[in-house]
Design a protein around this ligand. Structure first.
Ligand SMILES: Nc1ncnc2c1ncn2[C@@H]1O[C@H](COP(=O)(O)OP(=O)(O)OP(=O)(O)O)[C@@H](O)[C@H]1O
Length: 257
């Protein structure tokens, strides 16, 4: 279980640009939940993910994983429990390294990287077995530099790599936003498959309302640092894209747009 308790977060405190994003923000994700996070621009979605991952600190409040207080745990340590995929495919893979090297790096996340090339060579078949179900032919390009792959291929690899070590949480930050519709769909199906197979508790920020409703078992909408809609199970299943759009319109009218 992941909990954000009484989170207060200011950006640029003490300056003319001071901005309070979270003012007593509370949010709980139960084990096994796949939460789709939608919301207006600037509502705090990415900031929330950054707070969970430890990429940014909080001014007060607590972050708990299975009742363990991780508020002061470094980002590096937290990432042993958390896998993260970003919108930009180049952030999840190393472009100057080959597919083989990237996979070896991902498998050794959190360990000193001193395994000999021979050891890695023995893993080649294992990595190829992992890549084959993607149906992208990557298993035949083990020595190709990742920088020469397409965005969709790299994002599929990023997804696979982020879940190669035994993580508890998967954090997806608009991970299909930069992909063409067909590739985005393939990556979403792959996400769903990995989440189900590995029973990962997941948080997925997306602006694609269809994905938010079709995938996962809970949807939240954020606005101005608050959760303004939270539906799961049958209540979520009963929602359609028009319902969610109507809620977006409500927010826009409130903001005078
Ligand atoms: N490093 C930062 N310094 C100052 N302000 C920031 C910083 N990061 C985010 N903000 C501000 O915090 C607010 C929330 O930003 P955040 O990126 O979390 O929103 P978001 O919901 O992910 O937006 P989008 O849908 O546009 O990606 C915005 O007003 C943004 O300008």
């Amino acid at each position: 279980m992941l909990e954000l308790k009484h989170i207060h977060k200011y950006y640029n405190p003490g300056t003319v640009n001071e901005m309070c994003l979270f003012d007593d923000f509370n949010f709980k994700v139960e084990d096994g939940e796949f939460v789709a996070v939608v919301g207006s621009n600037g509502s705090g979605k990415t900031s929330m993910l950054n707070i969970v991952c430890g990429s940014i600190g909080v001014d007060s409040g607590k972050i708990l994983i299975n009742n363990q207080d991780i508020t002061n745990m470094s980002e590096h340590k937290r990432l042993s429990k958390i896998g993260r995929v970003f919108q930009d495919p180049s952030l999840g893979t190393c472009p100057s390294m080959t597919i083989m090297e990237n996979m070896a790096l991902a498998e050794n996340k959190g360990k000193p990287y001193n395994l000999g090339f021979c050891v890695r060579k023995k893993r080649k078949e294992y990595y190829q077995d992992l890549l084959r179900p993607l149906n992208l032919g990557l298993e035949d390009k083990m020595d190709v530099k990742v920088g020469s792959l397409s965005g969709g291929q790299r994002q599929a690899m990023a997804l696979l790599m982020s879940t190669m070590t035994p993580i508890e949480f998967l954090i997806l930050d608009e991970h299909t936003a930069a992909l063409d519709p067909k590739t985005a769909e393939i990556n979403m199906q792959l996400t769903d498959q990995i989440v189900k197979e590995k029973k990962l508790t997941s948080l997925m920020v997306t602006h694609n309302l269809r994905y938010a409703l079709e995938y996962g078992n809970r949807i939240i909408m954020m606005h101005q640092g608050k959760v303004i809609l939270d539906k799961k199970g049958k209540e979520k299943e009963a929602l359609n894209v028009d319902d969610v759009l109507a809620k977006f319109n409500e927010i826009s009218i409130e903001c005078g747009n």
